[in-house]
Design a protein around this ligand. Structure first.
Ligand SMILES: [Zn+2]
Length: 141
């Protein structure tokens, strides 16, 4: 099942990834899931809450940030449908650490940044048994 976002949102994720470099950036994606397709309508960029010396390979969104995001989503009649974060000088796929902290159903966009420049992004969903992520297509409109 693909995830759809417009080019403006894609550029915003890319810019956030470059600005945060060499740390990981992170954000929450609001949108709609209609079973056969899901679409991102808004981004809530977050401040990475992991320890300063861990931010080059970790990101943390606190439960309080999740609650606030949920509230904002409902106010816009949207849902939290996923998260994005960057991997400075690393691959556009979730790490083992990411898997331990991820939940099934949500889309996880991972952005590869090289030399402070956006390189590529890919979207992933955790399997229900939490053993692995499957890649999902990103449709840019
Ligand atoms: Zn990661």
């Amino acid at each position: 099942m693909p995830i759809t976002l417009n080019n403006e949102l894609l550029q915003a994720i890319a810019r956030h990834s470059e600005e945060a470099y060499p740390s990981e950036c992170c954000g929450i994606m609001l949108g709609e899931d209609e079973g056969e397709q899901r679409r991102v309508f808004a981004l809530l960029p977050q401040t990475n809450q992991s320890a300063a010396d861990e931010q080059y390979h970790r990101f943390l969104i606190t439960p309080e940030m999740m609650l606030a995001a949920d509230k904002q989503a409902r106010a816009q009649q949207l849902d939290v449908i996923g998260f994005y974060h960057s991997h400075p000088e690393d691959e556009a796929r979730p790490s083992n650490f990411d898997r331990e902290y991820a939940w099934p159903w949500y889309s996880y966009i991972v952005v590869r940044v090289r030399d402070r420049n956006y390189d590529k992004m890919a979207s992933w969903r955790l399997d229900d048994d939490r053993s692995h992520f499957d890649e999902e297509d990103i449709h840019i409109i």
